[in-house]
Write a protein that binds this ligand. Sequence first.
Ligand SMILES: Cc1ncc(COP(=O)(O)O)c(C=O)c1O
Length: 380
Amino acid sequence: MFRSGGAREILLSRPFTQGVPETRTFPLPLWERLERQVLKEAGTQALLHGDPQGAEPLRKAIADYVNLERGARATADRVLVLTSSQQAMTLCANMLLDPGDRIFIEDPVYYGARRAFDAAGLECVPVRVDRHGIVVEQIMESPRKAKAVSLTPSHQFPTGAELALDRRLALIEWAARYQAWIIEDDYDSEFHYAGKPTACVQGLDRHDRTIYIGTFTKSLFPSLRIGYVVLPPQLVKPMTVARTLLDGHTATIAQLTLARFMEGGHFGAHVRAMRGVYAERLEVLTGLVNEHLSPFVESHVPIGGLQMPCVLTCDLSERAAIDAARRVGIDLLGLSALHAAGSGKAGFLMGFAAYTPAEIEVAVKKLASALQSVALQKRR
Ligand SMILES: Cc1ncc(COP(=O)(O)O)c(C=O)c1O
């Protein structure tokens, strides 16, 4: 667990740290006002221990939101409020499976999921991802069964593929037949730029085999530390008990403030506003990458999310490109390490959401000249 390095995110956000939302324009005065209302009404009651399953008003607001926006089938009593998606994945890995059990994971895969599964002693079986998401035939035809599959269906991490509807349905049938679990990480589905996203797997699953994971890390701000799961009924009690062994419950004042933020329509308004901001930033980044970085990379413009994958097309190694970027104050997340050994193309992820068009322009030009210099040095 120690050697894996954990899943801690970079603390200082600088271009192009991936997965970070814009926080500089967050409506703090409104948040502060709602928090004051919570403290005034709940008084010292808010200082005591809270319900391990989560504050009822927040569970209700989350259920309403995922039903309306994600096509889920949730009720407040099936929502468990947690600290993060990361906690949800750790909980699933330890509660639903035993050490040595097999779990199908996407290849490439989100490092936080992989590390949670490895730390729980699971045998991760990588399954190829194409432009329609995870290749389900590999799961159906696998001679050895697995107890679960872990997915990022609305926006595959890191490729950006959206899982096709027929594959979602096939996975649900597979899970029902083998009594397996589908762990659905819907980490940034709020930010879909082209049309409406497909309904989440949980909403399509009539057999109650799906654990839906959501987070406010991207849609609001990372330090909030509120994530949640929508559980099949039979898992609500065991999962709630299990979370009491980790941290008891999520901070009550933050939960109640968030509930008000959602009930008052502010969450919906914030997400809509940020969707417009991020769509523009993605367009700016795409244009600048094509203009300045085309000798080095091919961009894969995503349908949603907060980051864009770029595949290296020159003879620079991924390591050399990432190191050159870091020397000029730019963070890139390499793609190779997210793939099962030897299977992936070299490249990197560029986070764009937290940077203004002007900041993106400066950073892309800096990156282009840094890559140019290492390429020249290499040729000498
Ligand atoms: C695929 C994916 N899932 C989950 C998360 C993290 O969410 P949380 O902060 O709630 O653990 C991230 C963050 O980068 C992510 O990329």
